[in-house]
Write a protein that binds this ligand. Structure first.
Ligand SMILES: Cc1ncc(COP(=O)(O)O)c(C=O)c1O
Length: 1011
């Protein structure tokens, strides 16, 4: 609605609802537009909108148009402006759908002045955009958030330079006039919150005022929100739909351009992702906007105060609307569920802090000279000492601290322990570092984004220390905090964990005056803040850290200690983002992909312990995907074995040393007779490649039968038998002539399905028939290769008797049976050490890797002496580092750990608990089609329909991204990428299982289509 200028006393102007109904709409449409249709009212706030549905029409296809009855208070110039702007957006953005006014055969708009119980009003036929909005989606994926920012920028570019007399009035929804609107509506705000909203709006308006002259203006849509951006209406899942529709231009107005983005950002604040991660979760939208329409520094600085103003307007106008229109359930539920949430989230972090975050993300300088920051820096550099702690230990609590090895970072008392160790060693004090993202003590198994970045330092003295005023100022005590405010800076001493109370009284003090005395056992927090800075928490989220740190300075120099290196803020754009840019656009081949792309930034993971991974931001993630690290990350026995051997000798396996013999003997002993001869290699690809070559050489033939949809490696031969289209989309068409594939024996979704009661024995019979057919053509196969438990499909067991029948057929014709145990071998299945044991067979060649070295490159091929000997006749084998002394030491340590820690048994018991948890999810979430697998080799298959088994590929991708936000690393697998691959380190415990299942439950719940 366009209303008089903000200063006018005629605000507020909440319009009474129109008294028009479906019958009225139907009659209007028949009389004025000559259409005989049904009309169905759409909820709306002040205009009245009706879906016009052809008689007998069903669903979106039956909708002819939308009838928009505009409130009589809206002038015809405004209505014309709305229609013209819609046309202009449609013209400039041909890939978008826009709710333009329909035109008759002569090109005239379908717009009429019609009678209504509320007087004459304008009625228009508007293009209907099917697809729905995302306003009710609890969670918005970052790519959707980014798209909203991008669309705001594109609409602004489309409207740039355009003007119309119908856009000149000031809108009360415009954050530019937010303070006036809030003041006008304040009487309707709930009493308990009125002062807060008013104060907030005043403070935000004050922040914007000095920037006003620097903010470009134009006509903007001003309501590009989750209500007015429409999802594409293409067939397929909602998760794959893209926001491509723009509706409702009724808030069109001339204002600061950045108000457009502010409105869009504010609507994001009631969704779960933002509520969970804080305001920095809107960054994808800001970045995407900036990429299309770069924001000037003044726009960056005005953005969050305008978001805050918009939030204030929403709650103020919303409260008024509800009062005026008491029966409007739509308005009152919106107010409760969305608008107050938006307000609370907009003010959850001070506007200065969010502005600092935005500046860091866009590398945008402050628009106006930041005097406070300059004065703070000067005060920090030129002050008297607070205490002389020269030579005290400065604790390193970040991800790369050596003291955090051995999982020490997971100890909730890690900081205390490290400090105590330094004091015990005689250091005069232990002092933490400003600006550091602490990993020490960061919570594991937590879905909350932890506050890890230190905004000050903590001092743990080893002997009594007097803390003195570094400058003249005024002391104020607030609880256990003592603040000394000087001319240019504020010193905050947090004495909560100190035995004695401070002895400085409130009032003025001179430089050098004693403020407090602390001694051994005390912990005092020391912060240096800008004079007007808000209270700054001691630890803040890494994503918000650039904003908080900008309000602070490093107190270390005031304690006689070196300042922390001026490192970019952890998690900030210039730190890990820069490394990622080097990875993405630098020297690595593009095909060496990384997990998490697009609007989801991969965390930088630099540490691990057992089934935990730690990021450089100091967050601990649960690792559900690392089957390579079978005995857990950074296992001390494995690390020690590698270090010891590296310090002694590492060379090639042609030398004579114990490790190569011992390891070969230990691996051979794990396999049944007659598998007694071992080749040591570097990887799974090498292992399967060598297995195939052994078969070719031993049989003197090359034809090889493989199972479809499998992955066996990237080398020439292992790739030749790999037909997973997830790894290579052209896999099936590009097989060499010696490779023959048989149906993937997938009993869940293949042609023969267990749940349907099909005869799943048919898979084996078909594979046998393929072998026989080859033999009949005079090309009996040299080998049959398959995973002994069907990994790439997401951990399905093979049909009963499958390997027995197929192995027998291959052997009948002199071929060899190869079992790829790279994924499933070494105890992961729990009930058996090897996958082939489940089929009651013994292969001729077994390929194993991954777990063998717990991530160190070592693998093995085990076969019979006879086969190995044949290879000697025709092939050559030497892998310089295959079975090197270090590899052998590592692999031997892994075997010891597997045995000593009972990890196969743990895979069985913990795996059973996990499976049970996943099955309980299947009861509650229709998206879960099946739980596959055994032990700690499980797959959660997601389908859109349990009958058609339509793969929920896009949902799986969204789920994995959401799980990362909730603290879990899990990834999709299978040719359809719709199965969560669940293959954690074998040391996974019950607490981790319960946490994982809980996080999945939450993420699956958010994914459910809105009701
Ligand atoms: C079943 C299977 N075989 C072989 C390989 C290849 O192993 P690597 O990556 O160690 O070369 C993989 C890798 O994922 C695999 O899953």
């Amino acid at each position: 609605m366009s209303v008089p200028p903000a200063e006018s006393s005629t605000w507020p102007q909440e319009l009474p609802p129109l008294h028009v109904d479906d019958d009225w709409a139907r009659a209007v449409v028949r009389e004025h537009f000559g259409l005989d249709v049904e009309a169905r009212s759409l909820g709306s706030q002040q205009d009245a909108n009706f879906l016009l549905v052809a008689a007998g029409g069903e669903g979106a296809a039956g909708v002819v148009a939308v009838l928009k009855a505009t409130h009589p208070a809206i002038s015809s110039a405004e209505v014309e402006a709305h229609d013209e702007a819609a046309d202009r957006i449609a013209e400039h953005c041909p890939d978008l759908r826009v709710a333009t006014v329909l035109r008759d055969a002569a090109g005239a708009p379908q717009r009429r002045l019609v009678d209504s119980p509320d007087g004459p009003l304008t009625a228009r036929l508007i293009r209907y955009l099917p697809g729905g909005t995302v306003v009710d989606d609890g969670y918005l994926h970052p790519s959707r958030v980014a798209r909203m920012g991008e669309l705001a920028a594109r609409v602004d570019l489309a409207l740039a330079g355009w003007s119309h007399p119908g856009t000149e009035g000031a809108s009360e929804w415009d954050p530019r006039h937010g303070l006036a609107a809030v003041e006008a509506h304040a009487p309707w705000l709930p009493e308990g919150r009125r002062a807060q909203v008013l104060d907030t709006a005043r403070a935000a308006a004050e922040r914007v005022a000095p920037l006003a002259g620097l903010l470009p203006e134009q006509v903007v849509h001003l309501d590009l929100t989750d209500d007015n951006l429409v999802l594409s209406d293409t067939p397929g899942p909602r998760a794959a739909a893209v926001l491509d529709g723009v509706i409702d231009l009724s808030d069109l107005t001339r204002t600061w351009v950045v108000c457009e983005l502010a409105v869009t950002l504010s609507c994001l604040l009631h969704h779960d992702g933002v509520l969970h991660a804080g305001p920095s979760a809107v960054l994808p939208a800001v970045r995407a906007h900036h990429a299309v329409r770069p924001l000037a520094p003044a726009e960056v600085d005005a953005l969050w105060p305008l978001v805050v103003l918009r939030a204030c307007v929403l709650v103020a106008c919303g409260s008024h609307q509800v009062a005026v229109d008491g029966g409007n359930d739509y308005a009152s539920s919106r107010l409760e569920q969305n608008e107050w949430r938006i307000f609370d989230q907009a003010v959850a972090v001070p506007a200065d802090v969010v502005t600092g975050v935005l500046r860091a993300a866009l590398a945008s300088p402050a628009a106006l000279p930041d005097e406070a920051a300059g004065r703070l820096r000067a005060a920090a550099a030129g002050a008297d000492p607070v205490a002389d702690l020269t030579g005290a230990a400065q604790l390193d609590l970040a991800w790369d601290a050596d003291d955090l090895d051995g999982g020490a970072f997971l100890d909730p008392r890690a900081v205390e322990e490290l400090a105590a160790a330094r004091l015990d060693a005689g250091d005069r004090a232990a002092v933490t570092r400003w600006g550091e993202a602490r990993l020490a003590g960061s919570p594991a198994l937590s879905s909350e984004v932890p506050s890890t970045v230190a905004t000050g330092v903590e001092v743990r003295p080893g002997h009594p220390v007097v803390l003195r005023a570094p400058w003249e100022g005024s002391v104020r005590r607030r609880g256990s905090r003592l603040e000394l405010t000087g001319r240019d800076a504020r010193l905050v001493l947090d004495l909560d964990r100190c035995e004695r109370t401070p002895f400085a009284e409130d009032g003025p003090v001179g430089a050098g005056r004693a403020l407090a005395e602390v001694s051994e056992g005390d912990v005092v927090g020391v912060q240096l803040l800008a004079v007007d800075a808000p209270d700054v928490p001691a630890l803040v989220r890494a994503s918000d850290a650039p904003g908080w740190l900008a309000l602070t300075a490093d107190p270390a120099p005031l304690l006689g200690l070196p300042a922390a290196p001026a490192a970019p803020a952890p998690g900030g754009a210039a730190d890990d983002g820069e490394l990622l840019a080097r990875r993405d656009a630098g020297v690595l081949a593009e095909v060496q992909e990384h997990y998490y792309t697009g609007a989801v930034r991969p965390p930088r993971v630099e540490r691990g312990w057992r089934h935990h991974l730690a990021t450089t931001d100091g967050r601990v993630l649960l690792d559900v995907v690392n089957n390579v690290t079978a005995v857990g990350h950074a296992h001390p026995r494995v690390a020690a074995a590698a270090a010891r051997q590296l310090a002694r000798l590492n060379t090639n396996s042609r030398f004579h040393y114990a490790g190569v013999v011992e390891l070969s003997e230990r691996i051979a002993a794990l396999l049944p007779d007659p598998l007694d001869t071992v080749f040591l290699v570097n990887s799974g690809s090498e292992a399967t490649d060598l297995a195939i070559r052994l078969a070719h050489v031993a049989t003197g033939r090359t034809d090889t039968v493989a199972v479809r949809e499998a992955y066996h490696g990237w080398t020439l031969a292992s790739d030749a038998v790999s037909t997973s289209v997830a790894d290579n989309p052209a896999a099936l068409e590009s097989r060499p002539a010696w490779v023959h594939t048989v149906e993937a024996p997938n009993t869940y979704r293949g042609p023969h399905r267990a749940a349907r009661g099909d005869d799943v024995g048919q898979y084996a019979r078909d594979a046998v028939a393929a072998v026989e057919a080859l033999a009949a053509q005079g090309r009996p196969p040299a080998a049959f290769i398959a995973e002994a438990f069907y990994g790439n499909a997401g951990g399905l067991p093979l049909p009963p008797g499958y390997l027995r029948e197929v192995y027998a057929a291959v052997r009948r014709h002199g071929g060899l049976a190869i079992a790829d145990e790279v994924q499933v071998g070494y105890g992961r299945l729990g009930s058996t050490l090897w996958g082939f044991e489940q089929q009651d067979v013994v292969p001729d060649v077994v390929a194993v890797a991954k777990s063998v070295g717990n991530g160190h490159p070592v693998g093995a091929v085990v076969t019979t002496r006879a086969v190995a000997d044949r290879y000697r006749d025709a092939g050559y084998f030497f892998a310089s580092t295959g079975g090197s002394p270090v590899s052998c030491a590592v692999a031997l340590a892994v075997l010891d750990v597997l045995r000593d820690e009972g990890l196969q048994e743990n895979a069985r018991t913990t795996g059973a608990r996990l499976r049970e948890g996943l099955e309980s999810l299947a009861q509650r979430h229709p998206l879960v089609g099946a739980v596959h697998g055994e032990g700690l080799y499980l797959g959660l298959e997601l389908v859109r329909d349990r009958t058609t088994l339509e793969p929920a590929r896009e949902e799986t991708a969204v789920l994995c991204d959401r799980m990362l936000e909730l603290g879990v690393v899990v990834q999709p697998t299978s040719d359809r990428q719709n199965v969560l691959k669940i293959k954690p380190p074998l040391c996974l415990d019950a607490a981790a299982v319960d946490f994982f299942v809980g996080a999945l439950d939450r993420a699956l719940g958010e994914l459910a289509p809105p009701s």
